[in-house]
Design a protein around this ligand. Sequence first.
Ligand code: UDX
Length: 451
Amino acid sequence: MASRAHCIVLAYPSQGHINPMLQFSKLLEHEGVRITLVTTFYYLKKLKKLPSSIALETISDGYDDGFHETDVEKQKLYFDRFREVGSQTLGELIEKLASKGHPVDCVIYDSFLPWTLDVTKKYGIVGAVYLTQNMTVNSIYYHFHLGKIQLPLTDLQISIPTLPPLQHEDMPSFFFDKDPALLEFLVAQFSNVEKADWILCNTFYELEKEVTDWKTKIWPKLRTIGPSIPSMFLDKRLKDDVDYGVSQFTSEEECMTWLDDKPKDSVVYISFGSLAVFDEEQTKEIACGLEDSGSYFLWVVRASEEAKLPKDFGKKTEKGLVVTWCPQMKVLAHEAVGCFVTHCGWNSTLEALCIGVPTIAMPYWSDQSTNAKCFADVWKTGIRAPVDEKKIVRGEALKLCINEVMDSERGKEMKNNAMKWKILATKAVGEGGSSHKNIKEFVNSLFGLQV
Ligand code: UDX
């Protein structure tokens, strides 16, 4: 019998990137592929226990003690250094694995690390780029890469084939940064994408049909393989899989018991992912909106943000519970949860859609405004909370949004729509579904290499 195909999986070292790539790895492993997950020395410390069938290796990104800067100039230095050091250390790893009798057939790499393709070409192995953000957002960046969107954005409406007309507030935030470094970094993803052997996107065909069809004409190697979320929520084949695998934070599981005695669809779950930082004024407005809504609420306020809570705000009251981190997928899947107030990070977005929970969008930066637009106007499973002239969502506005989603005919429609997406997502990854077929095609091609 031929030996197993062996893939290295290299993610950008952040929670929102490693987690979906790890979930995808588990599916590949289930299909018989040997997987080696590769991370940086610093990120290794954040990894939880991996399934024993997935091997783990480290490479240096040039910052073995960690990189904590948020300054854009320093971020740019990080990306440059990772490219320089990572190109070498990844090559050394490929050689090491080959010398130990585990030659690498394919590297699945995060699109944020496009230099990886040069390494795969050097070693004559397959390079599969994994897009962690959705097709809509990738198409916007690609359009800019082609020079079809000019900065500064002057037209009030941006037209991109197959996408709804986009207002400025729907565009990824980096289009408005004074320093274009982050936009340039994101656009660099597409510098060599056409040369990759595979382009795998963490979305599912039914969710982004038109844009996927359009992009597949341009990138024939594009395949939708998502949603890459813990499979127990979608695909019962992998029953033990509750955990994401990486967490910068410790979950407070007591919230599950707190949810248990709340009526069905009565709780507002509110969380802004691992990176968003709102100021004190915005935090206070959220607190007022939640209290005034009259609904039960479970609010994740990361430890680093807790000091911004109003002084007299109780962390455990008759109506509300504030935790520093929670098992989000389990929370969303709890029947007490009726609505999700989210920053619209792509993982949270997919999780809400796949579990069938309607949303109130409060995008913070990056791709999140575009995801918010899709929630409200394309998938129709949520609304976007309006901001005032200071770009703050006032408590009154949040309260009205909560009341609308939790307690109106329109809210019911959003819930029904969300349930439809849940069914489609489940079908996509199930036996014979669109993503499952694409994953099979990818895996078969890897095994073809083994003959
Ligand atoms: C980042 C970017 O912000 C996002 O825009 C991009 O699309 C992906 O990477 P992040 O801001 O952390 O990620 O948001 P998100 O993509 O939603 O990922 C957060 C993850 O943390 C989700 O998988 C969510 O389930 C998990 N989470 C969040 C918890 O497990 N517990 C919590 O309390 C909050």
